[in-house]
Each structure stands twice: as C-alpha cells, then as structure tokens.
Write a protein that binds this ligand. Structure first.
Ligand code: ZN
Ligand code: ZN
Length: 362
C-alpha cells in the first residue's frame, strides 16, 4: 500500500540554494558567511545551505562553518550541512539540526554498506553532487536521497547528470532532482580584495539555479523532508518562473497530485498539467518538454499570463511509469548576477517526476 497523497494546498513554496561555499572552504574568496546570508535575504531566499568542503577542516564543520558567529539569520532558514569531499567524489549532506558530520567524514573511504549505515544513523539527507563532472559522486546511489541535476548557472554541462537521473528513476529509484550554484566566490568589497576568480560572482552565484520546495511548514525540517519527498522544482534564478507539475487522476478537473507524489495506476487515462508561476513574459511562448520513463514523450507550447499546458496519457496498470518536464523560454533578468542569463540560456526550469507504481519500500 502506498501512503495517501498529501494536500496540494497545505503548504508554501520556499526557495533557496543548496550548494554554496563560504570562506571556510579554502579555495573560496570574498564570501564570508555574513555576505552569503545577507545576499540570500536580499534576493528573497527562504532557506539556504552553506556546504563547505569538509576535508578543508578535516571533517570538523561543526566547529567551523556552523559555529561561525555570522552563521545566523532572522529570516533565512539555515540548514546544517557540508560538501562531503572524498577520493570518490562529492556529495552534500543536509540536516535541519546539527549532526555529527565528523563520523561521515571519517568513513569516507569505507565500503558503501558502512557509509550507508552511518548516514542512516545520523538521520541526514545525502545528495549526489555534480554527478557527471569533475569529482563526480562515485558511491552507490542507493544511499542518497537526491541528486544535483542542475549544478551552476551553466545549464548545458548538466546533460549527463540528467541522463544519470533518468537511469536511476527508470530503475525504480525515487530520487529527487535538485539544483545548486556551487558558488565559491563573492564580489570583492574593495578592488584590492579582488582575486583571479572574482569574475565568477557575476555569472554564477547564490540562486543560479534556485531550488523550490513545497513545504508543509516554514521550518528547516520541512525543507529537508520535502527535498526527500520530491515536491521540488528548479528554476534558473530566484526571479525566474517556477515550474509546477500536477496530475488529475479521475478527470474531474481538480488536480490530485503533484511532482514528487507517487500513486497506484488505475489503468485509466490521467490528465497532466504543467504551469509556470511567477515572472513570466505574457507575450512569450514557453516550450514544455515532457519526459516519460527516460524517453521524450512530447513537446508543447505554453503562452499567456500564467502559461499552462495539459496533456493526457495512461500510465501502465502494471509496472512503473514516471513523467517529468523541463521548460525553455525567455531568460529572466537577475540583475545581482547579471551574466548568469547568458550561461543558463533559454532554460527556465525543471520539475521532479510524478510517479506511478513506484515501490515505496524499494
Ligand atoms: Zn564539489
Ligand atoms: Zn561545491
């Protein structure tokens, strides 16, 4: 039996960045914790996870990033986490409260069964970072809850990450796709503080991309739980429209589930709805690409003040089916990171899948 689908109205969309480096990462520049938090606040972020490289402090993020006097905010929910930086690649750990990260660091070269057991004991969310790039996540995907399918503003380099995601989804793994800017460099306060990497702050910074979660409450725990559950969507920046993906199971015109949700197929047709919410261009046409079970299902055009497309398909009665969407269209200006638009191009956002017949005990 699958758990019932949660309410489609009992929650709010919260946005944030899940992969940011501060000065506690040794290769970062001009990015103090206070700078990162105040910038996040200024662009309307609801939550944030500063994920410094744990190997730069030999695993002791608890006495570096987390105890930095600047690690506090009255408006941005701060997750506890770090970038697990190992010989076998990188992953991000996310938690609503402090946890013993040192233990995860200490088992980094152990076998996956050992690492997986520690991860479970710590009760954290583990996520595969930049899975096809340099320092790709080289551990079993069976111990992660999400995968970074959109790393940094430069969208085109994520094609192989998307391919890995589809492979994992097609093999029955209900794995949340998320974004992360992986920003390392802030803007220098004065010209003499500039570094050879300072230029990056103009093209890739906090919010490129932005990950949205439909959280049942405005708490860090709700953000982490929603990341695990999959009611998640990724947009090019904090001002870009949000992709929402729904399904009407009984064709009564009322949506019954959204991305991240999993239900049993009835063998009857399902009506799907893709909607863009936020700063859309009313005169523009948005291209909605639907992927079904890793294959192209169809391409639709959406126009209007709240661009929307609907399509109908029948998920298999037996066996798994999933649908997910990506949306392309006019870029949305992000004045604080002015060169990011050119990097992300026409990529507006992507949804997590809607699932049928996925085994919750997989
Ligand atoms: Zn990394
Ligand atoms: Zn990183």
């Amino acid at each position: 039996m699958l758990p019932p689908i949660a309410s489609l109205t009992g929650g709010e969309w919260l946005k944030g960045d899940l992969h940011v480096h501060s000065r506690h990462s040794k290769e970062s520049s001009n990015n103090s914790v206070a700078t990162i938090i105040s910038f996040s606040k200024s662009v309307g972020m609801d939550y944030l996870c500063i994920t410094d490289h744990d190997n730069h402090v030999l695993g002791d993020v608890a006495h570096n990033t987390w105890t930095d006097p600047e690690f506090k905010s009255d408006s941005v929910l701060l997750l506890y986490g770090a970038e697990w930086t190992t010989t076998r690649g990188h992953g991000n750990a996310f938690s609503a409260r402090p946890y013993d990260h040192q233990r995860l660091y200490d088992v980094r070269d152990q076998r996956d069964v050992v690492v997986g057991a520690v991860k479970k004991e710590l009760g954290i969310h583990l996520s595969a970072n930049h899975p096809s790039g340099k320092d790709h996540f080289g551990y079993s995907y069976d111990m992660v809850d999400s995968i970074e399918v959109w790393n940094s503003s430069y969208w085109p380099k994520n094609a192989n990450a998307i391919m890995i995601w589809d492979d994992m989804l097609s093999s029955g793994r209900k794995l949340t796709g998320r974004g992360g800017s992986d920003a390392h460099h802030g803007a220098p306060e004065t010209p003499d503080k500039a570094t050879k990497n300072s230029f990056q702050a103009k093209s890739n910074y906090i919010g490129t991309p932005t990950t949205w979660v439909f959280a049942p409450a405005r708490t860090s725990q709700a953000v982490v739980d929603t990341l695990t559950g999959g009611r998640v969507s990724v947009s090019a920046n904090p001002y870009a429209p949000r992709v929402e993906f729904y399904a009407d199971l009984d064709q009564d015109g009322k949506m019954d589930m959204m991305m991240g949700d999993n239900t049993k197929s009835t063998g009857k047709p399902v009506k799907f709805r893709v909607q863009l919410t936020g700063n859309t261009v009313p005169t523009a046409s948005y291209t909605v690409n639907v992927v079904k079970d890793g294959n192209k299902f169809g391409t639709f055009q959406a126009i209007g003040k709240i661009p929307m497309v609907e399509f109908t398909d029948t998920p298999a009665l037996l066996g798994r089916t999933y649908y997910r969407v990506t949306v392309e269209g006019p870029p949305t200006a992000y004045p604080q990171v002015p060169e990011s638009m050119a990097m992300s191009g026409n990529m507006v956002g992507l949804s997590n899948p809607i699932y049928f017949n996925f085994d919750p005990n997989f």
